[in-house]
Design a protein around this ligand. Structure first.
Ligand SMILES: [Zn+2]
Length: 307
């Protein structure tokens, strides 16, 4: 009964000669990624996003909007000194990106310092990343996710998997090297496929037991080595949802077909609903920055055009 899968997003490529600022920004970023000296200089005038045990620091403005505060390096050094820490610690910052004005952006985890003390000095709160996604504006979400992913990679790749010797990072944190074996390690990516299945009238959404209550999303899974995207999709759907929509309890807690009306209602929910005990669970979907949300939105739009 399933309709053939259609790829909903088709990127459009255009070559333009007027993209000089983008080219120079990428070249600048590459230089500070590769050259330790250039990176140290960039850190002095750069922006730092703070994390505490991988939870990013957010600040609530007077108008109630949450922002990702970009701290200056000297401010972070001052905070470290005030808390009796070595200000040189700031050099552990990891390069994430650079702004359109060529200011380098770094992430720095202060997990070894008391959380409340840092929060007070920074006038902010460390918030779980998934919660932060709901509070931040769209453009800040990828930045905060990238900063966290890089910090996590460094925290878990301190040793060479061949010799067991400690690995050393370069200044930007774009790689780690084992000087005993000469092996260079790069931050790794885990490719994922995500798909929204439709039977023509309804769409299939699933939830994992780790999801917040009531949240359903498009089906997703990691690609195996050597697998094409299509192969990964076929396998994931077979693994997670059988022909009779039987659900694999290991990965998915539940999977259900949702009508256009239900989906439209869920798309209007802009923050995680309360879902009080004893009351019926409110169905909702991931926030607008998420690919799943875009797939669901796109599907809803197509259903509208059909009717
Ligand atoms: Zn080694």
């Amino acid at each position: 009964m399933l309709q053939p899968l259609r790829i909903l997003f088709r990127p459009k490529w255009m070559v333009s000669r007027s993209s000089g600022s983008y080219v120079s920004r990428m070249r600048h970023l590459n230089k500070i990624k590769e050259e330790d000296e250039a990176c140290r200089a960039a850190l002095q005038s750069g922006n730092i996003f703070l994390y505490h045990k991988l939870a990013p620091l957010l600040r609530r403005t007077d108008s109630g909007i949450y922002q990702l505060p970009a701290l200056q390096t000297k401010d972070v050094e001052e905070i470290l000194e005030k808390l009796g820490e070595d200000k040189e610690m700031v050099k552990e910052s990891i390069l994430i990106n650079c702004t359109e004005q060529n200011e380098a952006q770094f992430s720095f985890d202060v997990g070894a310092i008391e959380q409340a003390a840092v929060e007070e000095l920074c006038r902010g709160t460390f918030v779980d990343l998934r919660k932060a996604f709901f509070l931040l504006r769209g453009s800040e979400a990828p930045l905060v996710a990238r900063g966290q992913a890089l910090l996590r990679w460094h925290q878990t790749n301190g040793f060479c998997s061949s010799t067991g010797q400690p690995t050393q990072r370069n200044q930007s944190g774009s790689q780690r090297v084992c000087h005993s074996s000469g092996i260079t390690y790069y931050p790794k990516m885990s490719p994922v496929v995500i798909v929204l299945l439709s039977d023509g009238k309804r769409c299939l959404l699933g939830r994992q037991s780790t999801f917040p209550r009531g949240m359903y999303s498009a089906l997703a899974g990691f690609c195996d080595i050597g697998e094409t995207m299509e192969e990964a999709l076929r396998r994931e759907i077979a693994e997670e949802v059988g022909l009779e929509v039987s659900v694999d309890k290991v990965e998915l807690e539940d999977a259900r077909w949702f009508s256009l009306e239900e989906v439209q209602e869920a798309l209007t929910i802009k923050a995680p609903p309360r879902n009080n005990k004893g009351e019926p669970t409110v169905f909702w979907v991931p926030p607008s920055y998420a690919i799943a949300n875009r797939l669901i939105q796109e599907w809803a739009n197509q259903q509208h055009l059909k009717s």
